[in-house]
Design a protein around this ligand. Structure first.
Ligand code: IMP
Length: 204
């Protein structure tokens, strides 16, 4: 397959307005000699996420940012899935946190997930992350990673963001919220997607 690679020192847009994702994606890119600027710093608009897949929505965000900024753009679309809820909230993960005033409340979102799922014995859950790198000429590269585990209640831990405090990855006892950020980076859905992106598209 012919992947397109970024050059060392090249500047790209991180096409997200989510501070948690921005921090994690910037940390993953830091060792690779890529300069980053965020969509927020460039005042780029947030396009509507109208696709039914993580890759589809990441593609929308990456292409919109690349066109608007005239630079390659990397977008992350991710979410939390519960097996007993047929994969929900999934691509609607951020919507479950939406409040009537337009703000997002993840304590409330986690409670909604727990209330919907508590009657089921199966506690299997996972995070998915799609990373799409798009260039202003329309070329796109996309990769997806997962972290499998189970959900717990009550939420535990102050690290990370979003639904991290209610997710325990397989083989661990701590939630993502209790883990040191460097430890989460070793095993997360974002790290899994990033490893594929890195092999295909980052400078050698
Ligand atoms: P998106 O902006 O549509 O991709 O929304 C992603 C949603 O998934 C947000 O609500 C995030 O809080 C949640 N999410 C994505 N990645 C993670 C993670 O690593 N930990 C916790 N929550 C996450």
């Amino acid at each position: 397959m012919n992947h397109r690679r970024l050059a060392r020192g090249e500047r790209i847009v991180i096409a997200t307005h989510n501070k948690g994702k921005l921090r994690e994606v910037a940390a993953l890119l830091a060792p690779h000699g890529i300069e980053t600027v965020s969509a927020g710093e460039l005042n780029l608009p947030e396009p509507e996420e109208t696709e039914e897949s993580f890759l589809g929505n990441a593609r929308i965000k990456a292409m919109a940012a690349a066109r608007a900024a005239g630079l390659p753009a990397l977008a992350d679309d991710s979410g939390f899935s519960v097996a007993a809820l047929a994969g929900a909230p999934g691509v609607r993960t951020a919507d479950w946190a939406m409040q009537p005033d337009g703000s997002r409340d993840y304590a409330d979102a986690m409670r909604k997930v727990m209330e919907a799922a508590q009657e089921f014995e199966d506690r299997t859950a996972w995070f998915s992350c799609a990373l799409v790198l798009a260039w202003p000429d329309g070329h796109v590269e996309g990769f997806e990673g997962r972290a499998m585990g189970h959900w717990v209640w009550p939420p535990r831990g102050q690290h990370g963001f979003g639904y991290d405090p209610m997710f325990v990855p397989n083989g661990r006892d701590e939630t993502f919220g209790e883990m040191d950020p460097a430890e989460k980076h070793r095993i997360s859905h974002r790290a899994a997607a990033f490893a594929l992106l890195s092999a295909a598209c980052l400078p050698r």
